[in-house]
Write a protein that binds this ligand. Sequence first.
Ligand code: ZN
Length: 257
Amino acid sequence: MTTDEGKLKEIKKAAEIIVDSSYLACLTGAGISVESGIRPFRGPGGLWTEKGEPSMDGYQRFLDDPEAYWERRIRRESEFASTILNSKPNPGHFALAELEKIGILKSLITQNIDNLHYESGSENVLEIHGNMLYLRCIECGEKWNMKEFNIEDIPPRCPECNGIIKSDTVMFGEPIPREVLRRCFEEAEKSDCMIVAGTSATVAPASSLPFIVKRNDGYLVEANIRPSEISDLCDVNIEAPSGKSLPLLVKEIKALL
Ligand code: ZN
């Protein structure tokens, strides 16, 4: 059997499991956006693999001096940020959006901050680490599209509660907004099948979500370019770039409907 035939066999097996399931969720990470030109943080070719991990106390440093954070931010947009702003969804993102439209995918949980799931048409998206295109009040949690918020003072303050405003992106050491986290766990508990795409799911809290599905006797479908820490836990492993495997998976699912 050739590698391609092997992959197709895995994809067909995954499609059958998914069609038999009653509540499908999907967990995505940096790997799904690599084909959109966004470098992952970890692993081969990762931004942090090359440049070293950022300081683990980013949020504390922000709280200590929000003015300095905003001055840095306004002075220069990072290379990473401008790459994201110019990136477009790839066939992997579009496949998941289609899976939601045909009523199969109920919930999409992402660790990405790049907005590409929304841009590709997905609606039921939970962004664990926030969204780079938004600003958020650290007190009341209100959010604004970055483009629509007029920054006059540094640091900007919330018109509702006067709390300090920062990027919606969750920093190191910053608590994940409680409501998002609650909904992620709720969705994992409901799911009897989860696609894990473009992530090795090693970073908490996302890492515990596949385990919840497994603990409840659900199925896990992995779509990663290479084996990961989660591979042994998964019922099916589709070892390919998600921009290739997910469109094929959706095609097979539709053929079974
Ligand atoms: Zn506020």
